[in-house]
Design a protein around this ligand. Structure first.
Ligand code: ATP
Ligand code: MG
Length: 397
């Protein structure tokens, strides 16, 4: 019979890799706790219209990356491609009172071409600052994203830009359209984008890097420019490795104001962005809430796991073995007791030779082996073998 296989772009994450996911999650959790975040779990399935209205009709996500279908009641639904829309929906629907800091961790789904660091189901840890305005909250947003990555021992560059408010963004888009007008060597996607969403051309992995477009800085109002400069100055003073990237615009429509990406030096360029975010001051009103300034970001956990070299946080393993089958129950008692003492402990249940049990303990990565023998049983003791040094000692029960 043919073996079952996961769908293309979908994968199983297990053992060591899943341990890394937990370490990454715990690191973000601890750091975001210092920022006074609460956590939220929103549904994986949402209405299609939520993402069309928030992420934007002309974005890659909505145009070609969503897993959408009709449910049994004929409703148009989608496996969420990102986390912000759901959190904002919950904020509005639950009548939450700003200011609110909400963080999440969970799977997202996008039908894109699978490759290393790019999957159809991937995991994000995200943070939303809802009801926050002013340059210090921009600084705080970047800090809350950068510090957990630093805690994880990752070296990143923080690329930063601003899009200004809707008016600024529109005027810039117009100028960009004029600039792109005469260019006939753009890729097919960009020829379409140039008309309907010119900012997206800058984000294109093919055309973006070789353009020399007008700079948004020349389109900002006095106040926007001042705020952006103060944000950059403050972050630099705090030792955050920021680089202004005038071509950084982000692929989602809801961004206004500051936008940023954290890029890892050790990953291939197309998958090197491990975290991205920005300000979205109009999204909450656009989705039917009261006008509320906000910003947020999402980190790609799968990509961070590719880079993470730190230790995972498991307890050392105690493996219990016995010299004869008659001692199985006694060995089990000791096993239960070890766990009561807060130790990670295991044993084999089928009857195997001592040698086979030892081999299994070694393969399982045991740090300690607890050897239960006839003689020790009579004396109410067990032998403890240190698997790193090979030394043995007697331990009374
Ligand atoms: P990219 O330009 O790499 O496609 P994006 O701009 O589409 O990224 P965002 O929507 O901003 O990504 O998501 C934030 C982060 O989530 C990304 O920086 C990345 O680390 C991660 N991410 C996005 N899509 C995927 C994917 N298909 N597989 C794994 N991680 C992903
Ligand atoms: Mg993408």
């Amino acid at each position: 019979m043919k073996k079952p296989r996961a769908l293309r772009g979908f994968r199983d994450i297990y053992s060591e890799e899943w341990e890394k996911f937990w370490s990454i999650y715990e690191t973000f959790r601890e750091r975001l706790d210092l920022f006074n975040f609460s956590w939220i779990e929103t549904p994986i399935l949402e209405r299609l219209s939520l993402f069309v209205r928030s992420v934007g009709e002309e974005t890659d996500i909505v145009q070609k990356q969503m897993f959408s279908f009709k449910d049994r009641g004929g409703r148009e639904v989608v496996l969420r491609p990102e986390g912000t829309a759901g959190v904002v929906r919950a904020f509005i629907e639950r009548g939450m009172v700003p200011p609110k800091k909400l963080a999440y961790f969970g799977p997202m789904f996008r039908a894109e071409r699978p490759q290393k660091g790019r999957y159809r189901q991937f995991y994000q840890i995200g943070a939303e600052f809802i009801g926050f305005s002013g340059y210090l909250s921009d600084v705080e947003g970047v800090l809350a994203a950068y510090l957990p990555l630093r805690d994880l021992g990752l070296e990143v560059e923080v690329r930063i830009n601003t899009l200004g408010n809707v008016d600024t963004k529109n005027r810039y888009a117009e100028a960009l359209k004029n600039y792109l007008e005469g260019m006939d060597d753009l890729c097919e996607d960009c020829k379409r984008r140039r008309e309907r969403n010119p900012l997206r051309v800058l984000d294109c992995k093919i055309d973006g890097p070789r353009l020399n477009p007008p700079d948004i800085l020349d389109f900002l109002s006095e106040e926007e420019r001042h705020n952006f400069e103060r944000t950059l100055k403050k972050l630099a003073e705090m030792g955050i490795p920021i680089v202004r990237d005038p071509n950084l615009v982000r692929g989602l429509d809801y961004y206004t104001g500051i936008v940023f990406e954290m890029v890892a030096k050790d990953l291939e360029a197309a998958q090197s962005t491990i975290l991205a975010g920005g300000r979205y001051d109009n999204l909450i009103a656009d989705l039917g809430g009261k006008p509320t300034p906000a910003l947020g970001w999402a980190a790609g956990v799968d990509r961070i796991a590719l880079l993470y070299k730190g230790k995972t946080k498991r307890r050392p393993l105690y493996f219990v073995v016995r010299t004869s089958h008659e001692l199985k129950e006694f060995a089990f008692e000791i096993l239960v007791r070890l766990r009561e003492e807060g130790k990670r402990a295991d044993m084999l249940y089928e009857d195997r030779s001592l040698k086979a049990q030892m081999r299994h303990a070694h393969r399982s990565g045991a740090r300690w082996v607890v050897i239960v023998g006839e003689e020790e049983y009579v004396r109410g003791m067990y032998r403890l073998k240190d698997m790193e040094t090979g030394e043995e000692s007697l331990v009374p029960l």
